[in-house]
Unconditional design. Structure first.
Length: 221
């Protein structure tokens, strides 16, 4: 039975889950949830995901939601496929968990605020507030400066080996409106050499290239 991934084609969280499945070469059927029409809030879906959110993974009846939890589950279940994405040494795993917690607070939070102010508004033909965008970019820049100093000393976010946490920032970091646009005048990632080096490497992987513009079933029938 093929794993089923429920989500939206260009959802950041859905792509975060999908990139790990592809990185681990786990075939999955992608089931599109009609989020504009609130399919995720229907009783049938909320019976599986009580918060009515995406994505949701169904592995032969085992249901798990939250994109990072899905990533951890897949990385550990298929640890022997591809690179090991969760360390087993207790010190290395502690550094991995440190980086994972930091990513939520220091990358995801700030990058997602920019996404909401810029991309989400532009999608519904609203004009972003430039003053708000400038402040959000300034706040994010402080965090990216710290990341740049960390990545000056190591290749990846949790050390010198790639881990699951390196894939978590991809959806928001890849957004053109976060990387640079008419709304955000400077490229927040490219102007920081170590962050730029790391992000280029991660975003060029075949797994991310397969989902960066939208999720599809893998492999294709």
């Amino acid at each position: 039975m093929v794993v089923k991934l429920y989500g939206a084609v260009r959802s950041s969280a859905t792509r975060r889950a999908a990139v790990v499945l592809i990185e681990k070469k786990v075939p999955f059927e992608f089931i599109v949830i009609d989020t504009p029409n609130k399919e995720q809030k229907t009783p049938a879906y909320m019976n599986k995901q009580p918060f009515g959110q995406i994505p949701l993974l169904d592995d032969e009846g085992f249901l798990i939601y939250e994109s990072r939890a899905i990533g951890r589950y897949i990385a550990e279940k298929y640890a022997s496929r591809g690179p090991p994405l969760i360390p087993t040494d207790f010190k290395e795993k502690a550094l991995f968990e440190q980086a994972a917690s930091s990513e939520v607070a220091n990358f995801e939070f700030h990058a997602s605020q920019i996404w909401k102010e810029v991309i989400k508004k532009l999608r519904v033909e609203l004009k972003p507030n430039q003053d708000v965008v400038n402040q959000l970019a300034a706040d994010f820049s402080v965090k990216l400066d710290v990341y740049d100093s960390i990545l000056a000393k190591q290749r990846y976010l949790a050390g010198d080996n790639i881990t699951l946490v390196d894939f978590f920032p991809l959806p928001y970091g890849y957004s053109p409106n976060i990387l640079g646009s008419d709304v955000i005048e400077c490229n927040l990632i490219e102007k920081r050499p170590n962050v730029n080096r790391w992000f280029k490497e991660i975003s060029s992987r075949r797994s991310w290239q397969a989902v960066k513009d939208g999720v599809k079933s893998f492999p294709q029938p």
